[in-house]
Design a binder for this molecule. Structure first.
Ligand SMILES: C[S@@+](CC[C@H](N)C(=O)[O-])C[C@H]1O[C@@H](n2cnc3c(N)ncnc32)[C@H](O)[C@@H]1O
Length: 217
């Protein structure tokens, strides 16, 4: 049976896990990401990949989309936090600092979160810097979700590193796209513009989340 867009929502217990998880994604954007992941993974049978795991909030949805479509979700993060999550910055959470090392470490909370959601076996955590992982990655992907570092260096590196791994007609999802600088940083917006210039077409807009489709060459 073909699933309609209305049917493509997670089960209530998955939504509850998403809502309870630490992270930054609002529900409407999460639902748009979930629908895109189910559609792309269901159509291609390929994995979905996220850059920017943090504590696993969006990874819950990608893992459930993977479970639903018989694939797997991959999520990349060095787990040391982005610039704005460091001590003294707006999004710092002191409870995420490893006291022995003195640096952020979001990996333990990510693992607990995915375990509690019953989704551990549907996600593969890749711990490392996004461009380094992308450089050694060899597989095709149904969907790439860019939600890592929000500087131009990092956001552009994520796009250039991972977009080439997308399957034909695969989906590129970019978070925190703010055309108006008053609403937020511009690096993800510049990545979005670059993807459009490179031939991606826009599929949907939900809050700051943009879903783009890679056109067949
Ligand atoms: C905005 S948070 C991700 C939020 C998450 N997707 C969610 O919805 O809860 C960004 C994450 O990207 C990671 N990050 C930043 N730059 C990175 C890089 N170059 N390579 C790997 N991870 C990076 C940070 O450690 C941080 O955990």
């Amino acid at each position: 049976m073909t699933e309609t867009r209305e049917q493509t929502v997670p089960a209530p217990e998955v939504l509850a896990a998403f809502t309870a998880a630490d992270g930054f994604m609002p529900l409407d954007e999460g639902l748009a990401l979930y629908a895109a992941a189910v559609e792309a993974a269901g159509r291609t049978g390929l994995p979905v990949l996220e850059i920017g795991t943090y504590c696993g909030r969006s990874a819950i949805l990608l893992a459930d989309a993977a479970r639903r479509t018989g694939t797997v979700a991959l999520t990349v993060d060095h787990h040391r936090g982005s610039e704005e999550q460091q001590p003294g910055w707006e999004y710092h959470d002191a409870s995420l600092v490893d006291p022995q090392v003195g640096l952020m470490d979001t990996l333990p909370r990510f693992r607990r979160t995915l375990h509690a959601a019953g989704l551990e076996q549907h996600v593969i955590a890749l711990v490392g810097r996004s461009p380094q992982v992308a450089a050694v990655w060899g597989g095709r992907l149904a969907l790439v979700f860019i939600d890592g570092g929000h500087t131009d260096e990092h956001a552009t590196g994520d796009y250039l590193g991972w977009a080439p791994h997308l399957a034909e007609d695969g989906l590129l999802v970019v978070h925190d796209v703010f055309p108006d600088p008053a609403d937020g940083g511009q690096a993800p917006y510049r990545v979005y513009l670059r993807a459009l210039a490179d031939g991606f077409e826009e599929i949907s807009v939900t809050g700051s989340l943009r879903v783009l489709r890679r056109r067949a060459a």
